[in-house]
Each structure stands twice: as structure tokens, then as C-alpha cells.
Design a protein. Structure first.
Length: 100
């Protein structure tokens, strides 16, 4: 009985953890991820706020992506961002951050 409960709790816990998508994967096959909820880890660079538009670049090694977000984290900080991978005719591919 204890083993079954422990197994059920473990499956629930690990099932709730979302897998990280690498910036390299996004840049390699960007169309595959359009409309999908993803988590990406990287270093914040180039924060920008122009009126209602705000965001930053998230880098991992030599690779980077654009993130659209109302909240602008500190440049140089390593973060994990959750959001929806999008494509726009003007801005191209970008991550629309959940929390901002």
C-alpha cells in the first residue's frame, strides 16, 4: 500500500514538471513549436520598453530568441521563462511570456 501511494505521488510530481526546450531546439525547428506552451532557460540581454511593447533577448551560448514580456528581468540574470511560442510577420518568431 505504501509503495503504491509513493509511486502515485512520484508520478504526479514528475508529471507536473514541464520539460525545458532549449534555445537551440527552437532555432533549429521554430515552426514545430508554434502555439505550444514551452519553458526555456537562458540569460537575459537587451531589455527594451517602447510604450506598450516590451521584451528582451534570452541567450544560451551563441543562440538567442526574443521574448515578449511586460515584466523586464535584470540583464545578465539566468532565468526560466514559460510561455507560448509565436510567429509574427514583423517580428518573426518569439516567446510570449506567461507572466507578463
Amino acid at each position: 500500500m505504501k509503495t503504491a501511494c509513493l509511486l502515485a505521488i512520484s508520478l504526479l510530481f514528475f508529471g507536473c514538471l514541464q520539460q525545458l526546450t532549449t534555445i537551440t531546439e527552437l532555432n533549429g525547428e521554430p515552426a514545430t513549436y508554434i502555439g505550444k506552451e514551452i519553458n526555456v532557460k537562458g540569460t537575459v540581454e537587451n531589455t527594451v520598453k517602447l510604450g506598450e511593447l516590451s521584451g528582451y533577448t534570452l541567450t544560451e551560448g551563441n543562440e538567442s530568441i526574443r521574448v515578449s514580456s511586460k515584466a523586464l528581468p535584470e540583464e545578465g540574470k539566468e532565468i526560466t521563462v514559460s510561455g507560448t511560442w509565436m510567429r509574427d510577420t514583423i517580428f518573426g518568431y518569439y516567446l510570449l511570456a506567461k507572466s507578463g
